[in-house]
Design a protein around this ligand. Structure first.
Ligand code: IMP
Ligand code: MG
Length: 201
């Protein structure tokens, strides 16, 4: 058991171990390489900050799985509040920075840490649809939350979003680690853990 668990009461338990993450990222890379045209570069368009560790691992696993040309691109997505989501949210303002231009004709794999209410991914996908003549955007999320009681607005947003690749389906709890945070903390944890929400409300 990781030492940090017993020393921090705010962490409830490990949800996905470092080993399981490694194994699953490797599997995803195999699927992705199989689906993308071998002669074209794969543009990993990574949503910062949460997906930075996932993208770094995924990019290297793509190479191991046979990809010849993997390129890293980044954009930054920010919601108006950085804390844990509240009850019955119907809207979240998402600010995007650095949406790349000049990706004409590229095969893009959008890489995101987590699909929760869906506002972030919806905003990113809309911004790409408004932009260049991108041949095909596939998207990959490490974690997809199974929402227990989404508002009608959230359910509508989520129903539009069908990730091409999902690492793990997870319960509707706040998770952290492997790049994901609570108020900028815990991104460095090697595992994905469930946090005790009551400490962060
Ligand atoms: P959305 O609700 O799908 O728009 O998610 C908004 C953003 O909040 C995601 O891109 C994540 O960065 C972050 N997020 C959502 N759920 C979690 C979580 O459980 N842990 C850490 N970050 C999260
Ligand atoms: Mg994020």
């Amino acid at each position: 058991m990781s030492v940090y668990l017993s020393s921090d009461a705010r962490i409830e338990r490990v949800l996905i171990s470092e080993e399981s993450l490694r194994e699953r990222v490797r599997e995803l890379a195999g699927e992705i390489v199989h689906d993308f045209p071998p002669e074209q570069p794969i543009y990993l368009l990574t949503v910062l900050k949460g997906a930075f560790i996932f993208a770094a691992d995924l990019g290297r696993e793509l190479r191991r799985a046979g990809a010849r040309n993997v390129q890293f691109h980044f954009l930054r997505a920010m919601t108006y509040s950085d804390g844990i989501k509240g009850e019955n949210e119907t809207h979240r303002q998402v600010r995007l920075q650095g949406v790349p231009e000049g990706l004409d004709g590229a095969c893009i794999l959008l890489v995101e840490d987590i699909l929760d209410q869906g506002f972030t991914l919806a905003a990113v996908l809309d911004s790409l649809a408004n932009g260049d003549n991108i041949s095909r955007v596939r998207f990959c999320v490490l974690l997809e939350k199974q929402l227990t009681a989404p508002s009608a607005a959230v359910a509508a947003v989520r129903s539009r979003l069908h990730p091409d690749y999902v690492g793990f389906h997870i319960p509707d709890r706040w998770v952290a680690g492997y790049g994901l945070d609570v108020n900028e903390e815990f991104r460095d944890l090697p595992d994905v853990v469930i946090v005790r929400e009551e400490y962060f409300l």
